[in-house]
Design a protein around this ligand. Structure first.
Ligand SMILES: Cc1cc2nc3c(=O)[nH]c(=O)nc-3n(C[C@H](O)[C@H](O)[C@H](O)COP(=O)(O)O)c2cc1C
Length: 170
C-alpha cells in the first residue's frame, strides 16, 4: 500500500510500505525514512490502496507534490486512492503497530492479475535499494522486471518504468 504521513511542520509524505497481518493484528516494519520519522512524531499513518503503478514509483522515489493529497480530519490521504484506512500507530524501533481508526472505500474494482503491474512493483522495490546502494545486482533485477513490463504491461506500466529509469538516473 502507499503510506501517507505528516511531518511536525505539516508537510504530507507518501511511500510504499507493506502491511503484515499476524494473529489478527496489523503491523508494518519500517526502516529509517521520512515515513518512520513522521510516525514517531505524529503517531498516525494512512494506508492508501491504489493499483496505479505510476503512484508507486513516484511515492517510492520522489517527494509527492502537496496537490496529490487531501485531508480527512486534518490527516493527508491520496486523492487517487481507491480506498484508505487511517491508523493510530504505536512504534518500537522499526515495528509499527497499526490500530485502525477510520476507513473509506471510494472505488470498488475487479482487478485481474497483470504480470506487468506486478513487475513494476517488484522493480520499484529494487529501485529503492538501488538508489541507496548503487549495486548492479539491484539494477539487473530492475532490467529483468522491465522485460516483463515490456511484454505484459499496459501504457501505465510502461509510463511507470520510464519514470523509474529517469528517477534512478538511467
Ligand atoms: C512495494 C514496496 C514496498 C515497500 N515496503 C517497505 C516496507 O514495508 N518497509 C520499509 O521500510 N520500506 C518499504 N519500501 C521502501 C520505501 O518505500 C522507500 O524506502 C521510500 O523511499 C521511503 O520513503 P520516505 O523516506 O518518503 O518515507 C517499499 C517499497 C516498495 C516499492
Amino acid at each position: 500500500v502507499i503510506f501517507t504521513t505528516i511531518s511536525s511542520d505539516g508537510i504530507p509524505n507518501a511511500a510504499p510500505i507493506g502491511i503484515h497481518l499476524e494473529e489478527g493484528g496489523l503491523f508494518a516494519r519500517i526502516y529509517p525514512s521520512k515515513t518512520l520519522e513522521n510516525i514517531k512524531i505524529n503517531k498516525m499513518a494512512a494506508a492508501n490502496i491504489t493499483y496505479d503503478p505510476v503512484i508507486f514509483v513516484r511515492a517510492a522515489l520522489t517527494d509527492m507534490e502537496s496537490n496529490r493529497f487531501y485531508y480527512e480530519d486534518g490527516f493527508p490521504v491520496l486523492k487517487d486512492a481507491a480506498g484508505w484506512i487511517i491508523f493510530d500507530c504505536k512504534w518500537r524501533e522499526n515495528i509499527v503497530e497499526l490500530l485502525p481508526l477510520k476507513g473509506k472505500i471510494i472505488q470498488r474494482e475487479i482487478m485481474p492479475i497483470n504480470r506487468g503491474l506486478n513487475a513494476v512493483i517488484e522493480a520499484t522495490v529494487h529501485a529503492t535499494r538501488y538508489v541507496v546502494l548503487r549495486e548492479n545486482e539491484y539494477y539487473s533485477r530492475i532490467e529483468y522486471n522491465n522485460m516483463i513490463v515490456k511484454k505484459c504491461g499496459g501504457v501505465h506500466e510502461k509510463e511507470a518504468m520510464k519514470l523509474l529509469y529517469e528517477l534512478i538516473g538511467k
